[in-house]
Design a protein around this ligand. Structure first.
Ligand SMILES: NC(=O)c1ccc[n+]([C@@H]2O[C@H](COP(=O)([O-])OP(=O)(O)OC[C@H]3O[C@@H](n4cnc5c(N)ncnc54)[C@H](O)[C@@H]3O)[C@@H](O)[C@H]2O)c1
Length: 368
């Protein structure tokens, strides 16, 4: 009988979004958990019946020797913890973003080059039902050449910037304590799948600080990205301005034969217009119209429980893809270079915004 893939998870709050996906997978078994908070650790361990509980990450790796580790700790630990696992040839599924600085991004790429294990970043927005359906339409050529895409992450998370007793959290420092596109991958991930080219240059500007002068990041930050052939991606990030939570990331794309605009708020529709499929040139059509023909197979008849898993099931499909890659059935969908394609523009943006929006080159991790 084949042995199950042993999975360890670090950072139990966000890792909880993946627990059920690994439990549902017939070839994986959760064997250990790590968190600095002993009570959160004990609670999650009890909930899922896992008794190997650690407050020290490297000790967990060395004692348990898992096949896979899910790094779902705060952003500033992602690169170091991913590298520690890769050095032990343990496969890594890492939460967004991959790194908080260019140096550690380079060290992470080097660790991947030297490891026999695989690395995948858990960019769940690439796995949402609507984005996977849209990818299928793009891949079928129904938008023609996609030359423009945009993604907006507008989520006021001020309540998460301090603990109940007033201490700054990691988000205070790493998400809004740095100026620039500090949380860009949810927007850039899907957009890059549509334009199908690496971002080579970026410019980043902001609005200034209006809602809360305490934070280093400007209230709204806009990242403009050019690809090698001159295509444009626009990303807007706002984690501070007062507005209701949209419960979605807004996307749009434009191609030579079609256009797309996603829902602005939860439960709204996503709209497309496709020259070859929509007879009325002035009538948008619901994206869902094309689901029968184009929805990827995995999304057609998933286990009913999937919709209760993180982000309407995205994490389930992400885990399926990751385990396929661990088993050598395919390359990781968001492997180290795709991860860097989504991450490096945001890191370079910090220098651009500091210098008034100057256009800067984005390194290609494939050259590192
Ligand atoms: N993809 C998504 O949709 C999505 C959503 C939320 C959060 N995230 C990402 O998940 C990560 C965690 O976010 P969160 O909201 O769960 O944060 P959180 O602050 O709520 O929880 C972090 C947990 O990690 C633990 N922790 C902190 N440092 C640790 C360490 N060195 N070793 C082990 N455990 C440690 C903390 O005790 C805490 O339980 C972040 O990187 C964030 O960007 C992604």
């Amino acid at each position: 009988m084949n042995q199950k893939i042993k999975v360890a998870l670090a950072g139990v709050h966000r890792a909880s979004a993946f627990l059920r996906a690994f439990q549902l997978h017939p070839q994986t078994e959760i064997v250990a958990l790590c968190d600095l908070n002993p009570s959160a650790l004990a609670e999650t361990g009890k909930l899922i019946g896992v008794s190997q509980l650690y407050t020290h990450y490297e000790k967990m790796l060395d004692d348990v020797k898992p096949d896979v580790v899910v790094v779902a700790t705060p952003m500033q630990f992602h690169a170091a913890q991913s590298i520690a696992a890769l050095q032990r040839n343990i496969h890594v599924l890492c939460e967004v973003t991959a790194a908080v600085g260019l140096d550690e991004a380079r060290w992470l790429v080097q660790a991947c080059q030297q490891s026999s294990a695989i690395y995948m970043m858990a960019e769940n927005c690439n796995y949402s039902r609507q984005n996977m359906l849209l990818n299928a339409l793009v891949d079928a050529g129904l938008f023609g050449d996609v030359y423009y895409a945009e993604g907006e992450y507008l989520h006021n998370v001020q309540t998460l910037h301090h603990t109940p007793d007033g201490k700054p959290t990691w988000r205070y420092y790493w998400q809004v304590g740095v100026n620039g596109a500090t949380y860009a991958t949810h927007s850039l991930g899907p957009c890059l799948q549509w334009v199908k080219e690496r971002i080579t240059q970026i410019s980043c500007i902001g609005t200034g600080r209006w809602s809360d002068p305490e934070h280093t990041i400007e209230d709204t930050v806009q990242l403009s990205c050019k690809t090698a052939s001159g295509k444009l991606i626009r990303h807007r990030l706002d984690m501070l301005s007062k507005r209701p939570h949209p419960f979605t990331v807004y996307y749009a794309l434009q191609g030579t034969k079609g256009a797309y605009e996603s829902a602005r708020r939860r439960d709204e529709d996503h709209w497309v217009w496709l020259e070859d499929r929509c007879p009325d040139p002035n009538q948008w059509v619901r994206l869902e119209t094309f689901a029968d023909e184009f929805l990827p197979e995995v999304w057609r008849n998933p286990p009913p429980e999937v919709h209760k898993i993180g982000h309407s099931g995205s994490e389930y499909f992400l885990v399926l893809d990751f385990i396929d890659a661990v088993q050598g059935k395919k390359s990781p969908a968001v492997g180290i270079h795709e991860t860097m394609d989504m991450t490096l523009p945001g890191l370079v943006s910090q220098e651009s915004i500091r210098r008034g929006g100057v256009w800067l080159d984005v390194p290609d991790s494939r050259d590192w």
